[in-house]
Design a protein around this ligand. Structure first.
Ligand code: ATP
Ligand code: MG
Length: 635
């Protein structure tokens, strides 16, 4: 990979300027010099922001697995592509070389083809974090099938709706999965799910737990016997740049999940480029992203981005707290991880534990640490920076979305000076703009507004599967000619961006626009507070008032609640200003979260409003039981 590495702040500004002045030339060169193509493109980009039609590298032909596997074989055949760390630390980790991964993917592609899978067919994958998950995705890409990974923690109903939405004829699942000290019967969930999935014809089952399963004759097949006899070569199918690569559903934080469609060439170029720069990736690094592959973070930054760079990437089957709350730190020490990428929800929950769990381990191999998924609050940022990064590893707070395919706003490590809670500067090729509610662009610094992106970038999703109108309405209508992210942001005095939360969650109190993130950030600074969520509710005089849901740390449990409420409001007064004072504070034991770990504020808003009638789509909720508890204890 050459010519696309940013090595200093002046270099960043130089490359950024180039990328904005002539995006076509910028991406043309990157695509040309760093990937293998069967055929070049006739046009770098073609777009119509009104109709939401975007094409990158038009008429180019390629196969992404040639770029992720085949081309590494001569130089890196014996290099480890994937380190698989199992749930149970007693089970041996696997080191899968590029040559071995190539062979496994070819075998799997042969198995799928023999089951009837063809180019353009959708294959749903419901697998835990085992090597076969990566292998199946790559096998689909090799034969041109469209994978749709469904996080293997979703219920049967959530699986049904996703399978039906993309009308998949095949499902690849496992008998079961291990998560911490639990074994989950995945095949049972699939059996239940497919009762209402008329499109499904065949189910391929990977053995993981050896738990009891029912196999339906003619429909269900064990992978093992088919895989054993499958040949270990498979000529990759020639794909058009704009052929679909995968469908992936968003987290469902704000409503019904959207099946985002990503295509081949642009996605590959963008994830490879951003991986290299945002993680300062060097040839012998051992990179670990703790996300599940069932989320976009896993697609782009466990699988495609790292493999396109010939990197070594870790797939971790387990959970952060099993067998003990130091599992992350133990794995970093064990595999000598150089880049570590996780989510604020994980950081906050591990920060609740004594930091001695971290100190027990040698983390000196780390060079860069990252965060993604939600705004990272000040306290969590510092804990991460101090205890994990030891103040020597830049924290890359990466802002992006399922829709964007890859990281959009983030510091470049060792290049961009970091600032807690700020995602800082846009990556080259990305043109953020802040818009006011009257659709005017807000120029200058020290301003805030609706975050939009002006020009398409190669990684942008092309549509919502089967519903282009919804795609257009959601992202391209509110601010004509621009992509609307749905997030609010502020731009500080030097042009750094801070994501302030979802625009839908913005609360207007006495005429002031307040984002949720800065207030939550402030509440979390109180020493007794572990985590919080703020929403607005109607108020006769102010228009809206603020309702805070607060989880206390152990130290807070014995404290007088009224005093705590006063102190929390004092902290807000001191940091954000008296205008952001919380009218009501409810202490809760947990917050409703999506399975990807994000707070579902829309449910909290309903409860604050006293409207218990309809919570909307809650299929992606991790802990539905907490909703009743919060409802019953509403203040
Ligand atoms: P849905 O679109 O279904 O409501 P979702 O938006 O949670 O779900 P994702 O695509 O997984 O689904 O998440 C993208 C969102 O996560 C962003 O729009 C933003 O609100 C938030 N986010 C991601 N990274 C960051 C970050 N570094 N800082 C602040 N917010 C972030
Ligand atoms: Mg979203």
């Amino acid at each position: 990979m050459k010519n696309y590495y940013i090595d200093s702040l002046p270099d960043y500004f130089k490359q950024y300027k180039k990328s904005i002045k002539n995006p076509k030339k910028f991406w043309d060169k990157i695509a040309d010099e760093n990937f293998v193509w069967y055929q070049r493109w006739s046009k770098v980009v073609e777009y119509d922001m009104q109709e939401a039609k975007i094409k990158w590298f038009k008429n180019a032909k390629l196969n992404i697995t040639k770029n992720c596997l085949d081309r590494h074989l001569s130089l890196r055949g014996e290099k480890t592509a994937i380190i698989w760390e199992p749930n149970d630390p007693g089970e041996e980790a696997q080191h899968i070389t590029y040559a071995d991964l190539h062979a496994r993917v070819c075998k799997m592609a042969n198995v799928l083809r023999d089951l009837g899978v063809k180019k353009g067919d959708r294959v749903c994958i419901y697998l835990p974090m085992i090597p076969e998950l990566a292998v199946t995705m790559l096998a689909c890409a090799r034969l041109g099938a469209v994978h749709s990974v469904i996080f293997a923690g979703f219920s049967a109903a959530a699986v049904t709706s996703r399978v039906n939405d993309c009308e998949a004829k095949w499902i690849v699942c496992s008998d079961g999965s291990y998560r911490g000290n639990k074994a989950i019967d995945l095949k049972g969930i699939i059996d239940e799910a497919v009762e209402s999935c008329p499109s499904v014809e065949k189910i391929l089952v990977v053995k993981r737990t050896s738990g009891e399963v029912t196999m339906k004759e003619g429909r269900d097949f064990w992978l093992e016997p088919l895989y054993e006899k499958a040949p270990s070569d498979f000529i990759s199918v020639i794909m058009d740049a704009e052929d679909p690569l995968f469908i992936l559903y968003t987290s469902g934080s704000t409503g019904k999940p959207k099946g985002m469609l990503h295509t081949t060439a642009g996605y590959m170029v963008y994830t490879a480029y951003t991986f290299k720069n945002v993680f300062n990736y060097q040839e012998n690094d051992i990179y670990w992203c703790t996300a599940d592959i069932g989320w976009i973070t896993g697609h782009s930054y466990i699988l495609y981005g790292p493999l396109a760079n010939g990197a070594t990437t870790v797939i971790f089957e387990g959970v952060p707290t099993y067998p003990e709350p130091d599992r992350f730190w133990e794995v970093i020490e064990k595999h000598k991880i150089t880049q570590f990428y996780t989510a604020p929800t994980a950081i906050r929950s591990l920060a609740k534990e004594s930091y001695e769990w971290v100190e027990k381990h040698d983390l000196s191999s780390l060079r860069v640490i990252g965060s993604v998924g939600e705004p990272i609050n000040d306290e969590a940022w510092h804990w991460y920076n101090d205890h994990v990064g030891k103040k020597k590893c830049p924290v890359v707070d990466t802002w992006w979305q399922t829709e964007t395919g890859g990281i959009m706003i983030s510091p470049i490590p060792f290049v961009t000076p970091t600032k807690p809670t700020y995602a800082t500067l846009p990556l080259p090729g990305i043109q953020p703009v802040l818009m006011d509610d009257k659709r005017n662009e807000i120029t200058g610094n020290q301003v805030d507004g609706n975050l939009c992106i002006r020009f398409p970038w190669p990684g942008i999703a092309r549509t919502i599967w089967g519903d282009h109108q919804r795609y257009k309405d959601t992202y391209f209508t509110a601010f004509p000619g621009k992509y609307f992210t749905g997030d609010g942001a502020l731009r500080d005095e030097v042009g750094y961006y801070r994501i302030t939360g979802r625009v839908d969650d913005v609360i207007i109190v006495s005429g002031h626009n307040l984002g949720t993130a800065p207030i939550e950030d402030s509440v979390n600074q109180h020493p007794a507070v572990a985590e919080s969520a703020i929403v607005g509710y109607p108020h006769d005089i102010k228009g809206s008032a603020l309702y805070g849901y607060v989880i206390l740390k152990d130290v807070g449990e014995s404290r007088d609640r009224e005093n705590l409420r006063k102190e929390i409001n004092q902290v807000i007064s001191d940091t954000v200003g008296p205008i952001a004072k919380l009218d009501k504070i409810q202490f809760v034991s947990a917050l409703p979260k999506t399975r990807s770990g994000k707070i579902m504020r829309r449910i909290l808003r309903k409860i604050a409003e006293g409207d218990f009638s309809n919570f909307g789509d809650t299929s992606t909720l991790l802990n539905p039981e907490i909703v009743d508890e919060i409802k019953n204890e509403r203040v």
